[in-house]
Design a protein. Structure first.
Length: 256
């Protein structure tokens, strides 16, 4: 018997323009009363906006027990982007149950976070909860220095004029700390695929030492094959693979 994933209806209570490209939406209302955070600092929800049926994923930037904060990147065109660019206060949206992926080993001595603007909400939440020395590389178009915890060790990278992320290059030139730690990265999918290969083949990191997620797909990329993620997920789980290994299998299947 299949169980339908839990969904919640919520109202947009407030909308705040944090910078040219980042909009904060605070959701609330009685429909959120059953919502339970996973506590995993990169947790995300699926968001369905009015008159749409497709969802897009957004990091839970904050959950107070009654209000849920999502920080949404407003880029050129897109289903959520065009909705969020307007005055959406009072609109009803649907969100899905939260899921998280960040899994830093207990003995990690340092943490590296790398991402673009879509990853900034997760990097901020992770950095707020981290108890080990943390270094951040953020490729963002706006001045958001106050967005990350004060005192965070951040290298701000300006996105190139052509819109093509250069995060993979940045990671390849990182001076890695000594000892064992944890590497978390998210952003445009092609950059993430390059980095997974770099971490596995060049740095030979065990899959438990990193988590790399494609958050969005750039238009310049060759359109990948549609692959049903369900069988890949089930086969990976049955084989005892980590979430990251399953993401890599999924990417490979789409490229083949
Ligand atoms: C686990 C997870 C967590 C995420 N958390 C966040 C978050 O907290 N905040 C956030 O803003 N995003 C987040 N994202 C990314 C977000 O889901 C995508 O950017 C999504 O495609 C945006 O939907 P849209 O409707 O605006 O654009 P779509 O309709 O999906 O895409 C329209 C066009 O815009 C392009 N596009 C999509 N995203 C971007 C972008 N960021 N910059 C430039 N072009 C883009 C696409 O290539 C496409 O051509 C997350 C993704 C995942 C998987």
């Amino acid at each position: 018997m299949s169980t339908r994933a839990q969904q919640y209806d919520a109202q947009v209570l407030r909308r705040e323009q944090l910078s040219d490209h980042l909009v904060r939406l605070v959701l609330g209302g009685p429909g959120l009363s059953g919502f339970v955070s996973t506590g995993v600092p990169d947790e995300w929800v699926g968001l369905v906006v009015p008159s749409q049926f497709q969802s897009r994923y957004y990091t839970v930037r904050g959950w107070t027990g009654s209000e849920l904060t999502l920080d949404v990147v407003v880029h050129d065109v897109g289903l959520v982007t065009e909705w969020a660019a307007r005055d959406v206060v009072g609109d009803t949206v649907t969100i899905t149950e939260p899921k998280g992926s960040f899994a830093m080993p207990a003995d990690a001595g340092w943490l590296i976070l790398v991402g673009d603007l879509t990853a900034l909400p997760a990097m901020a939440r992770i950095a707020e909860s981290a108890a080990v020395p943390t270094r951040i590389w953020a490729e963002v178009p706006d001045d958001l220095s106050a967005y990350l915890p004060s005192g965070a060790d951040v290298t701000w990278l300006t996105p190139p004029w052509d819109g093509q992320s250069r995060l993979a290059e940045a990671v390849e030139s990182i001076d890695w700390p000594a000892g064992d730690g944890y590497f978390w990265m998210a952003g445009e999918s092609a950059q993430m695929r390059a980095i997974r290969k770099h971490l596995m083949r060049d740095r030979k990191l065990p899959s438990t030492a990193y988590d790399v997620m494609g958050y969005w797909r750039g238009v310049a990329q060759r359109q990948p094959r549609a692959v049903d993620p369900g069988p890949v997920w089930r086969a990976g789980k049955a084989a005892g693979k980590t979430d990251d290994q399953i993401w890599a299998d999924y990417d490979d299947a789409r490229e083949r």
